[in-house]
Design a protein around this ligand. Structure first.
Ligand SMILES: Cc1cc2nc3c(=O)[nH]c(=O)nc-3n(C[C@H](O)[C@H](O)[C@H](O)COP(=O)(O)O)c2cc1C
Length: 490
């Protein structure tokens, strides 16, 4: 049903949907991981600084419940080295399928995990870290944008970092930071990610181990509620930044975070929770939750209710599929005419005057690179546009996201590899001095793209692809006209 979302990284992780739930310390425990996995996604247990017996019991519970594909998140920089070694040994003994590492790129550890047969996932915040992770032998990168909730390593926005990592690394890249719904997933897939990593959105699920106070604060908060601060620092390297909901601590009402004796503001069993520590309120805690680290990403304003994790995965997938495919736009009569018989593998396409498979893949990848550039420009331009134009630009962006999805699926469905490149249009468009000139430049390029599709169509033999490319041509013609009309208002 959601085949249009499947990407090669799904085979690596062993899931059917490219929806990954972040390894959130304290929050991602077996109930959440199981629910996400049962719904087709993939999730990491958040095991930062957790004792070995908890890792063992979480993994045992998952396996007893039939979950065999899952990951464990560990953060070496924020863990005592003796405990870290015990955690790693336990994960290796348990043959945990995937381990996600964050904050730094420990090359020797990555090599050790890889040699043991573990899938190694590194969450990174910039290109230098990504290159180091690839060199060290990681299998998958997570590009974490500065919009992310929790600890934030880099300072680039996801829309800038993601295409850079996709273009410059050979590893599959997942996107993290501010993702809440299917439109976000569709958008990052169109920018070349193989999947989306969701944190904040899944804190507000029934299965998350976050305290109800944290969940409630998320659904009550608006888009501007978060701040990036280093005030929650106990247990982490000095200067580490976290994105949280603004509260009495970030407003300076609880005193200097770096001076004075430790103040206990809560308990988890016997364990004291200190003011300015990185602990967020968990279901197992009591205390002054308002003053704890209420982790939240920039997408928090769009988290509106607490749902089950299965419902959330299903909603994200359904929404993304609707945005990435044309099936909901296709009249039944046309679908019927796209008989699989027409696409027989026995006939030599090039002999018949149609493109061979490799020629077709090349042409589709060129269109994908161009479309992805346009999608990236419209996304970047929407925030600069005056109010009356922003809606139109976002609508066009959404349309371009759809065609990226259609092209990617056409390529993957023919056994090809989707290009990770972005053509030069992005840099050229972004160097235009103002929005009017940028839109004019895009329209010129859109016209060239339309001509390329028209030239390609007569040599495409598959009826279904022919119909999809014709729809792509038509919608680009429509978008071109809309932009021409709107530019008069600039
Ligand atoms: C409550 C919470 C706890 C987190 N804990 C961790 C953690 O222990 N280890 C880690 O690598 N990332 C952690 N993160 C960051 C996530 O890995 C991810 O980058 C982030 O959630 C993505 O942004 P989003 O929250 O806007 O979806 C946490 C995020 C949240 C919201």
């Amino acid at each position: 049903m959601f085949d249009a979302l499947r990407r090669p990284v799904c085979d690596l992780l062993g899931c059917s949907l490219p929806i990954v739930v972040a390894g959130m310390g304290g929050v991602s425990r077996h109930d959440l991981v199981q629910a996400v996995s049962a719904a087709g996604g993939f999730a990491f247990l958040g095991m930062i600084r957790e004792p070995v017996d908890l890792i063992q019991s979480e993994v045992k519970t998952l396996r007893e419940r039939g979950v065999d594909r899952f990951g464990v998140n560990l953060v070496p920089a924020a863990t005592d080295p003796v405990l870290l070694e015990q955690q790693i040994s336990a994960c290796l003994d348990l043959e945990v399928p995937a381990i996600e590492l964050f904050w730094d790129v420990p090359e020797a550890l990555i090599g050790r995990l890889r040699r043991a047969g573990t899938i190694v996932v590194c969450q990174v915040g910039d290109g230098t870290e990504a290159r180091a992770a690839e060199r060290a032998g990681a299998h998958i990168l997570i590009a974490q944008g500065v919009e992310a909730g929790g600890h934030v390593k880099g300072r680039q926005r996801l829309q800038d970092l993601l295409p850079e990592l996709v273009a410059k690394n050979r590893l599959p890249v997942l996107a993290a930071g501010g993702l809440i719904d299917g439109a976000d997933l569709a958008s990052v897939l169109s920018l070349g990610a193989q999947g989306g990593v969701f944190g904040t959105a899944f804190v507000a699920t029934e299965e998350a181990f976050a305290h109800p106070y944290h969940k409630r604060r998320l659904i009550e908060s608006n888009a501007t509620a978060t701040v990036l601060t280093d005030m929650f620092h106990i247990n982490w390297p000095r200067g580490a930044m976290v994105r949280v909901l603004a509260n009495s601590v970030t407003n300076g009402e609880r005193g200097d975070a770096f001076m004075g004796a430790r103040i206990v503001i809560g308990y988890e069993g016997e364990r004291p929770i200190y003011l300015f520590s990185t602990d967020s309120p968990l279901a197992s805690m009591t205390g002054d939750f308002e003053a704890m680290a209420l982790y939240a990403g920039e997408g928090v304003g769009r988290v509106s209710r607490i749902v089950s994790a299965a419902e959330l995965v299903k909603n994200i997938a359904a929404h993304a599929v609707a945005l990435l495919s044309v099936d909901n736009m296709v009249p039944a009569a046309i679908v019927e005419s796209a008989s699989p018989v027409c696409f027989s593998a026995h006939v030599d396409d090039s002999y018949m005057g149609f493109l061979s498979r490799s020629e077709l893949l090349k042409a589709l990848n060129e269109l994908l690179e161009a479309e992805r550039s346009h999608a990236r420009v419209t996304l970047a331009s929407a925030s600069e546009a005056p109010d009356h134009l922003r809606g139109l630009i976002l609508l066009i962006h959404q349309d371009e996201v759809r065609w990226c999805g259609v092209l990617t699926n056409a390529i993957l469905g023919r056994g090809g590899a989707a290009s990770n490149k972005i053509d030069t249009v992005f840099n050229q468009a972004m160097s235009k001095p103002d929005l009017a000139q940028r839109l004019e430049f895009l329209n010129h390029n859109r016209a060239c793209l339309i001509e390329r599709i028209k030239a390609l169509l007569p040599s495409v033999r598959d009826d279904d692809l022919h119909m999809r490319l014709s729809m792509m041509r038509d919608s680009h013609e429509r978008n071109g006209k809309l932009v021409t009309a709107a530019r008069a208002d600039l």
